[in-house]
Design a protein around this ligand. Structure first.
Ligand code: ATP
Length: 369
């Protein structure tokens, strides 16, 4: 086990594409760190540089005490699990798991002991004699994991290992990966574009955008205190409502005008962000998480907490009901949020539409709508 430390890490491909810029990350011994971001943000490139599969353009990589910039991949003592699993099709499960140990010329008895132990943890014991083509997707994925675990490497590097599985299996395997990692405590860097996977798996989550690290922290911190619009829109599902508004001061209290209503800015927000006061009289972007909105009888509503609107779409999802309603304010059309929508691969981010803004609220089915 070891720390993995990236210092000023950068990568420019031969054609001039800048995939990673000045990446600084300290992944602690035994930590599960998730690198997350939209397609093309450079997360796979970063992982491949750690693995030694991609030349570094600038910066330093430490694994344990050692600078590994010039160390070939096979000598870095890391195990990579790919999206494609990369199993040997002509070898059965036992030999696939044993492969790395056989290469290292370990004694047969030692190999047998380790393979059976790992197969037990991954519930593969009864499939050891099977070829990969006769396994389900989930079983193949576990064999790929087994091959990584059996080597007892200093670090696991995983590149979207669940993306070929169906939704149900993905959730099961996600829990299994979390359990195994906790059990064996190996430093893990895990790449995904799926924010739910990132939030549920990571001790810490590092959000990247266009090759640049935006924020790194425990999942709850990213959710509660995103440092910019990009992280605010990326973390959380459904995404945070982002709408333009104006900040005003009245009687020493701070208000944002939205939808011809004025919302009172809670004291706690001002305490966390005292610099907000400088924005009085100026346009701001307000972020409201769908789960922070609730449907209330008017009589119960308190001053400064009301938004009037009529729902124009209701989506019942069983556990939640998503309610979309229009807001009579200009949509957020700054360059940044246009990019946000583009990067997230959607034109459906609340507040980023060209015509009319839609807020999404999430309510419990028991709420009266
Ligand atoms: P995805 O989730 O789609 O795999 P990613 O975040 O892992 O994306 P990378 O694969 O690291 O992103 O790619 C980062 C950027 O580098 C992209 O713009 C990509 O087109 C570019 N890129 C990746 N590999 C090469 C290459 N071999 N030559 C040139 N450009 C490349």
């Amino acid at each position: 086990m070891a720390e993995v430390v990236l210092t000023g890490l950068g990568k420019a491909y031969g054609d001039g594409t800048r995939a990673v810029t000045d990446l600084n990350l300290e992944i602690r011994d035994g930590e599960f760190l998730v690198l997350v971001g939209p397609s093309g943000c450079g997360k796979t490139t970063a992982l491949r540089m750690i693995a030694g599969l991609e030349q570094i353009t600038e910066g330093t990589i430490h694994i344990g005490e050692k600078v590994v910039n010039e160390v070939p991949s096979r000598d870095r003592d890391v195990a990579m699990v790919f999206q494609s699993y990369a199993l040997y099709p002509h070898l059965n499960v036992y030999d696939n798991i044993a492969f790395g140990l056989t290469l290292r010329k370990l004694a047969k008895k030692e190999i047998d002991h380790r393979v059976r132990e790992v197969a037990g943890v991954l519930e593969l014991t009864e499939h050891l004699g099977r070829l990969p083509r006769n396994l389900s997707g989930g079983q193949r994925q576990r064999v790929a994991m087994g091959r990584a675990i059996v080597r007892a490497p200093q670090a696991f590097l995983m590149d979207e290992p669940l993306s070929n599985l169906d939704a149900k299996l993905r959730v099961q395997m996600r829990a299994q990966i979390a359990r195994i990692q906790r059990e064996i405590g190996v430093t893990t860097v895990y790449v995904t574009h799926d924010q739910t996977e990132a939030m549920t798996l990571g001790d810490r989550v590092a959000v990247m955008r266009r090759g640049v690290l935006q924020q790194v922290g425990p999942p709850q911190e990213l959710y509660d205190r995103p440092v910019n619009l990009f992280v605010a829109g990326f973390i959380g599902s459904p995404g945070m409502n982002l709408v333009s508004a104006k900040l005003d001061e009245n009687d020493g209290r701070f208000w944002v005008s939205l939808n011809s209503d004025a919302l009172l800015l809670p004291e706690s927000v001002l305490q966390q962000r005292p610099a907000l006061k400088q924005y009085v009289g100026r346009d701001v972007v307000v972020g409201i998480r769908p789960e922070d909105m609730e449907d209330t009888a008017l009589a119960d509503a308190r001053e400064g907490e009301i938004l009037h609107s009529v729902a124009d779409l209701v989506e019942a999802m069983g556990s939640d009901v998503l309610v979309h309603f229009p807001v009579d304010v200009p949509p957020v059309v700054t360059d940044d949020t246009r990019e946000l929508a583009k990067d997230a691969g959607t034109d459906d981010l609340p507040g980023v539409k060209d015509k009319g803004t839609v807020l999404v609220g999430r309510f419990s089915p028991r709420t009266r709508i």
